[in-house]
Design a protein around this ligand. Structure first.
Ligand code: ADP
Ligand code: MG
Length: 230
């Protein structure tokens, strides 16, 4: 990372509160986070600390109440929904704890779909999907449906789908949360491989401290702020 390089994602003074009945919960209170290209940041914090909220705001899935999200230096809070959707579709890949693959489609088709939605031809989409899945060790699983895949394989397909449109940002919300340690390791390696190869800026919420220890940075959320850990 050259010191002069600008972060791909920059969360500045982010505030977010939720209404819960008569009460308001201040989840984020001036959260700051900058992530550079090629960098993997582990987000480790207890349940309820605001990890998912932070990831959703960073990925423009949810609006902050105050503060600004810069994607590649562009402030996003005043963009139209159409413009936010365009940035999200082109620049952001999401991976969740549950794979959310479409059950009636093959692994290949699941990875083709986001590309076709973006306007790629069927052939182009198929070629890239096959390449990505093979890269993640799923060459023999292209025509399998999610139900015919193991948990780790399903999650690797979900990762391939998240990066199908060559985003610059990868946001993962406890991606190995449902997996056993051995499978988690496999899935984490797949994630790392992609982040390094494509120079993605990645934020990965996880409770797995072994995995967190191998990322470039570790941060936590305390009282609504982001704190850098060693
Ligand atoms: P984490 O992912 O770290 O477990 P979340 O970001 O999901 O935390 O939630 C942080 C806090 O905000 C929790 O107290 C949760 O109950 C609350 N919260 C999250 N989403 C909503 C919502 N849509 N409405 C009300 N409260 C919410
Ligand atoms: Mg969460």
């Amino acid at each position: 990372m050259a010191p002069t390089e600008r972060p791909i994602v920059f969360l500045h003074q982010i505030e977010r509160q939720y209404r819960q009945g008569d009460a308001t919960v201040d989840v984020l209170k001036g959260a700051e986070l900058a992530v550079w290209s090629g960098q993997m940041v582990a987000l480790i914090a207890p349940s309820g600390a605001g990890k998912s909220t932070l990831l959703h705001i960073a990925g423009l899935l949810e609006h902050q109440d105050a503060g600004e999200v810069y994607i590649d230096d562009v402030p996003t809070s005043h963009l139209t929904d159409t413009e936010r959707t365009r940035i999200r579709r082109n620049e952001v890949g999401f991976v969740y704890q549950a794979h959310h693959l479409l059950g009636e489609f093959s692994a290949l088709e699941n990875v083709m779909l986001p590309q076709m939605i973006r306007g790629m031809t069927r052939n182009e989409a198929r070629e890239r999907a096959a390449e990505l899945l093979s890269y993640l060790g799923l060459k023999e699983r292209l025509v399998h449906r999610p139900a015919e895949l193991s948990g780790g394989e399903q999650q690797r397909v979900a990762i391939a789908r998240a990066v199908a449109n060559a985003p610059r940002i990868l946001l993962a919300d406890e991606p190995t949360g449902n997996l056993d340690p051995h499978t988690s390791e496999h899935v984490f390696r797949a994630l790392t491989q992609l982040v390094r190869a494509s120079r993605l800026a990645a934020v990965i919420a996880t409770h797995n401290l072994d995995i967190a220890a191998r990322m470039d940075r570790r941060v936590t959320l305390k009282d609504g702020r982001v704190i850098e850990l060693q």
